[in-house]
Design a binder for this molecule. Structure first.
Ligand SMILES: Nc1nc2c(c(=O)[nH]1)N[C@H]1C(S)=C(S)[C@@H](COP(=O)(O)OP(=O)(O)OC[C@H]3O[C@@H](n4cnc5c(=O)[nH]c(N)nc54)[C@H](O)[C@@H]3O)O[C@H]1N2
Ligand SMILES: Nc1nc2c(c(=O)[nH]1)N[C@H]1C(S)=C(S)[C@@H](COP(=O)(O)OP(=O)(O)OC[C@H]3O[C@@H](n4cnc5c(=O)[nH]c(N)nc54)[C@H](O)[C@@H]3O)O[C@H]1N2
Ligand code: SF4
Ligand SMILES: [Mo]
Length: 750
């Protein structure tokens, strides 16, 4: 069979290493013409946070290269980052405001559009109160943009209906970190990769979703061939190229596996008893328990039991546990195969358990390290407080002292900030569907494509007054807008992104916004002014002013960024918090000596002190091994899971515009295991109909040995085949994150 370009990329030595493009030749090529200037920035795609240099000639973006000085990617980029300049210049850019008139979106001036937006806000708030309006943002907005939105909605309009797509993505990881360690975000950093002897990748297709990080794993294994890589995933993916062991679990049934690993670690003596004594408490989720109770709880989780639950071999589980126990250092890394589950928080807890039992935490090479999806989910939304229960600086709306502190910075009376959390994302869209929320401002996200179980929510988006700030048009959401606002795109604005490893990085503005596009932050400030709140926004004369105010909210907090001034960030390749002063270098490991917040006296000789917990001890949780919300049954006998491919980004509004990326994966498909295809009588490339309790979809079958038998997989990127017509909107009761990764489906030949 002839090799396509994609096959080639995937097959050559450690797939993503090949897909990461070393850009040395750019330095002396024709691209580096004298008229060209290079601007330091950060890739706007995944949470890896690669440093990029944007090349500009005559006011136009003409090239992108990896930033060699950036210690995350050392000049490497994957194909998405590499084509960013083509995205900027794409034909599909939205270049002027539009307003819906007689059912049609027609061109309008900024003045018309903003007058309409402001009057709709005023009318709606006057008639129905502030909770009738909502803001829905993004882990791809800058920290400054999210900060302004939060300040406007929570502090001035007076509603906590402020959410963002990280709810669909990182919420379960946040739930895991805060319950286990008492504070959000990882203990260590990417630096641990080069000291790590064992990587446990759970529900993460690292090669396609975090390619440059994957490249660092490949390099680590090359340099230290004893390094073990273990994967827990229902699919074989390009990540498998470097795997030593793959547990191909049934989607939704891997909680028991984590307990079984923990049990072997305990039974076979791989635990760090001193660490457990010093730094760990045990809990069943309601009440404290003893270490002995926990051991009894684990009794049930024999390798045989877990293997039977998860559809793998008992020996494989034993092998994973022993490798984990024996390895001097270990990192668990996970993404959506864990978080997008109704038991996402619990599974996060269970992975942390392994590190707490063995003390493989808080030292070089060992960490329980969540990979963040979007480039600024950590920065803007988690740290910046862009969710309905949060305030900036890892604060909570429910905490009176927190409300007072933030109200003082925002210059509003504390009573202005509501003490009750607003609606979480799925509840917000449900309220929109029911007409309880009347107006929504959507910024930098495409919910009419990315929300689960779309049939339940699309009508609500259509009926409500929808304001959409977008860089491209049409998108599934922009098509439903009543007012469409053209947003300045990456490269056309300045701002900060905070990536997976607690690193905040500055992006320079290198270009003027195209057409009439405006910076999202400026649009929100305009709105604030029109709503009569101008006095508290007028001092934002530059993006840096916004950042400086935001820094005040971080002072003295666990995510202290006060030392990360623009002056510094413009020069360095990011800083990892806590960074409490301008001469502080940033922090590689939290909760240990060297962390500026480590309370030496209180710690009294303990190696780790989890200062987010009252006694400084992290918690090992005995969580039940509950399965998915919608198990397969006689009527819907197949498990459906959804995810990503290397070349495309989410709803494809950006990557779909780049010919090279489009050609690599030109159309939607569903992956079916060859033996299943034979059993079901389905031929490769034939059309199949997929039906769930919520919707149906016809698409091309790709018969391929990737998903485990009984499981099918759809990359959810294509607007013409919305995978989310099929997915379930069941949510994790703790994190409120939907279970995109598992539902029951049946398949028919067409
Ligand atoms: N190319 C590309 N890269 C991206 C993105 C993109 O759109 N395109 N998006 C970014 C974002 S926002 C995110 S959140 C990340 C997502 O990054 P990933 O989570 O790595 O990507 P996914 O493909 O969504 O899912 C990963 C894996 O979870 C597995 N999985 C499904 N169910 C289960 C289960 O029950 N148990 C286990 N253990 N695994 C399961 C799937 O088989 C799949 O291989 O990627 C980021 N990077
Ligand atoms: N079935 C299924 N669904 C999923 C997932 C899954 O695994 N399976 N994953 C979920 C996850 S993890 C995530 S993170 C979400 C992501 O879902 P979305 O956030 O809805 O997807 P994106 O395509 O990233 O949307 C970003 C939008 O912002 C626009 N944009 C780009 N730059 C700018 C800018 O500077 N300003 C403004 N105003 N707009 C801009 C883009 O054109 C695009 O339309 O999807 C979730 N949905
Ligand atoms: S790995 Fe992620 S951050 Fe790096 S270039 Fe690719 S998409 Fe961008
Ligand atoms: Mo995500």
């Amino acid at each position: 069979m002839p090799m396509t370009r994609r096959d080639f990329l995937k097959a050559s030595a450690a797939s993503a290493a090949a897909a990461s493009i070393g850009m040395d030749w750019l330095h002396d090529s024709a691209y580096a013409a004298p008229a060209m200037t290079w601007h330091k920035s950060v890739c706007r795609f995944c949470g890896t946070g690669c440093g990029v240099m944007l090349g500009v000639e005559n006011g136009k973006a003409v090239a992108v290269k990896g930033d060699k000085e950036n210690t995350i990617n050392h000049g490497l980029l994957c194909v998405k980052g590499f084509y960013l300049h083509k995205v900027i210049n794409a034909k599909g850019r939205l270049l002027h405001p539009m307003i819906r008139k007689n059912g049609e979106l027609v061109r309008a001036t900024w003045e018309e559009a903003m007058t309409l937006v402001a009057s709709k806000f005023q009318e709606t708030i006057m008639q129905y109160g502030p909770d009738a309006v909502a803001f829905y943002g993004s882990g791809q907005g800058t920290t400054e943009e999210t900060y302004i939105a939060n300040k406007l909605f929570k502090g001035h309009i007076g509603t906590n209906n402020v959410e963002g797509n990280p709810r669909l993505c990182m919420a379960s990881a946040v739930g895991g970190y805060t319950t286990t360690f008492g504070a959000d975000e990882p203990v260590g950093t990417y630096d641990d990769i080069e000291h790590c002897d064992l990587f446990l990748l759970v529900g993460s297709n690292t090669a396609e979703a975090h390619p440059v990080l994957y490249d660092r794993l490949v390099a680590r294994k090359k340099q230290n061939p004893q390094t073990k890589i273990i994967i827990i995933d229902p699919r074989k993916t390009p990540t498998n190229k470097i795997a030593d062991l793959h547990l191909q679990v049934i989607p939704g049934y891997d909680l028991a596996v984590m307990h079984a690993i923990a049990r072997i670690l305990v039974v076979e003596g791989f635990t760090d008893e001193q660490f457990i004594k010093d730094s760990v408490n045990f809990s069943d989720g309601q009440n404290p328990m003893t270490y002995e109770d926990f051991k009894k709880f684990l009794d049930k989780y024999t390798p045989e039991y877990a293997a039977q639950q998860a559809g793998v071999k008992p020996e494989e589980i034993v092998q994973v546990a022993r490798l984990f126990g024996q390895a001097k250092t270990a990192m668990t890394m996970w993404t959506m195969g864990v978080n997008q589950r109704v038991r996402g928080v619990w599974l996060n807890n269970l992975m942390h358990n392994l590190h707490l039992l063995t003390g493989k935490l808080g030292k070089p090479g060992s960490d329980s390290f969540s990979l963040t999806g979007q480039p600024n989910a950590c920065g803007g939304v988690r740290e910046g407080g862009g969710l309905s229960h949060l305030l900036p600086g890892h604060r909570s709306v429910e905490n009176e002292a927190h409300r007072k502190e933030i109200a003082a910075i925002w210059n509003v009376p504390p009573e202005k900030i509501q003490p009750k959390p607003g609606k979480h994302t799925m509840a917000m869209f449900e309220a929109l569907a029911k007409g309880e929320i009347k107006l929504m401002y959507v910024m930098c996200t495409n919910p009419a494509h990315s929300l689960p179980n779309l049939n339940k929510y699309l009508q609500g988006m259509q009926d409500a007054f929808l304001i959409v700030s977008e860089a491209f048009h049409p998108t599934e959401t922009s098509k439903l807008a009543d007012v469409l606002l053209p947003a300045a795109f990456w490269g056309e604005k300045e701002g900060v992104y905070g990536c997976t490893e607690r690193r905040s990085q500055h992006m320079a503005q290198a270009l003027e916004p195209q057409g009439e596009a405006r910076w999202d932050g400026a649009i929100l400030i305009d709105l604030a002014t029109r709503l009569g709140h101008g006095q508290n926004f007028a001092h934002f004369k530059s993006v840096e002013d916004v950042w400086n105010e935001y820094l005040q909210t971080t002072k003295g907090k666990d995510m202290d960024l006060t030392g990360a001034t623009y002056a510094r960030l413009r020069e360095v390749r990011g800083l990892r918090w806590p960074v409490p002063s301008v001469d502080h270098p940033g922090t590689t490991h939290r909760f240990v000596e060297g962390d500026p917040l480590f309370p030496k006296e209180k710690a009294a000789g303990r190696r780790m002190y989890f200062y987010g917990k009252p006694d400084g001890k992290a918690v090992i949780f005995a969580r039940p091994d509950k399965g998915p919300e919608e198990p397969v049954d006689a009527e819907y006998p197949i498990a459906l899971t959804t995810g990503r491919v290397l070349e495309h980004w989410h709803t494809m509004t950006m990557t779909g515009q780049v010919l090279e990326l489009h050609r690599a994966v030109p159309k939607p498909y569903v992956e079916i295991h060859p033996e299943d295809a034979t059993a079901w009588g389905i031929a490769d490339k034939s059309t199949v109909r997929l039906l769930t309790r919520r919707g149906k979809l016809e698409m091309e079958a790709r018969v391929i040995d990737r998903p485990r038998r009984g499981t099918i997989f759809i990359p959810w990127h294509w607007p013409e085949k919305l995978a989310n017509l099929l997915t379930t909107d069941a949510i994790d009761p703790g994190s409120k994150e939907p279970e995109y990764k598992v539902c029951a489906v049946k398949i028919e030949k067409v």
